[in-house]
Design a binder for this molecule. Structure first.
Ligand SMILES: [Ca+2]
Ligand SMILES: [Ca+2]
Length: 250
């Protein structure tokens, strides 16, 4: 029995809307559940330079924060005190920033940039470099002279090197005391997430690495379950009401 009344039309639209909501809710149950993770700076210097060290290639070995399994490298900062030059004091050479793995010679990424004095900041977030342990961040002069980096002598961490991949040496070999070259890394925790395969209507996904930038949010399973139950109750109520109206009208 088809009733062509204003009320019946209203119900048809409402039932269709609830059905769409249900479909959307079921589809969204495959959204990953992860927590936002802000970037964190790894710093081995005390923020007060005590001298500068010049070399063609120098860097620092970093360890990801305690308790982290994986980290994405976002930014590197080099405190430059002397620029590399090619032919004259006005002709500044490019530098190449390298990321090496824990062994100090497996290159994970590199990019060329124009150096400047002060905190030379290089964005590596677009390189999508994910590490699961130690890594090296280095700066290589592409000019005829080296590049100079400020260092700190207090509380040395024995992580600073000059030379090149496979042949790193501590600056103390030349200047006699251990130093921390002022090179810093910003990293973001990467969490490994396994999708809930029991979710109704959810797509079965394989474990994946998801990196959530600061300020991002993700819907949680309890919220989705709540929406789903509300929609189900609303749909049931509408169907009952409609049947009731049909009986009364017909
Ligand atoms: Ca110092
Ligand atoms: Ca230190």
């Amino acid at each position: 029995m088809n009733l062509v009344t204003t009320k019946d039309g209203f119900f048809n639209i409402t039932v269709a809307s609830v059905a769409i909501l249900l479909v959307l809710t079921l589809a969204s149950s495959s959204i990953a559940v992860v927590k936002a993770s802000p970037g964190e700076w790894i710093v081995y210097d005390d923020d007060e330079s005590d001298g500068g060290f010049v070399s063609k290639h120098l860097g620092v070995k970093f360890s990801i924060p305690a308790g982290w399994n994986k980290a994405k490298i976002l930014t590197v900062k080099f405190y430059v005190n002397e620029l590399p030059f090619i032919y004259s004091s006005t002709d500044i050479a490019q530098v190449r920033v390298h990321v090496y793995g824990a062994n100090g010679h497996t290159e994970l990424s590199s990019l060329e940039t124009t150096p400047y004095q002060g905190w030379l900041t290089v964005d590596l977030s677009g390189q999508n470099i994910v590490v699961d342990g130690d890594f090296y961040l280095t700066i290589e002069s592409l000019g005829e002279t080296g590049v100079g980096i400020w260092f700190d002598v207090e509380n040395p961490d024995y992580r600073s090197y000059y030379g090149g991949p496979g042949s790193w040496s501590p600056p103390s070999l030349i200047i006699g005391v251990p130093v921390d070259l002022m090179i810093r890394a910003e990293v973001e925790q990467v969490q490994t997430h396994v999708e809930d395969k029991t979710a109704v209507g959810g797509t079965i996904l394989t474990p994946q690495e998801i990196s959530i930038p600061e300020g991002s949010t993700a819907l949680s399973v309890p919220i989705l379950a709540y929406i789903l139950s509300l929609a189900t109750v609303a749909l049931a109520a509408l169907v009952i009401s409609r049947n009731f109206m049909k009986k009364n009208n017909g």
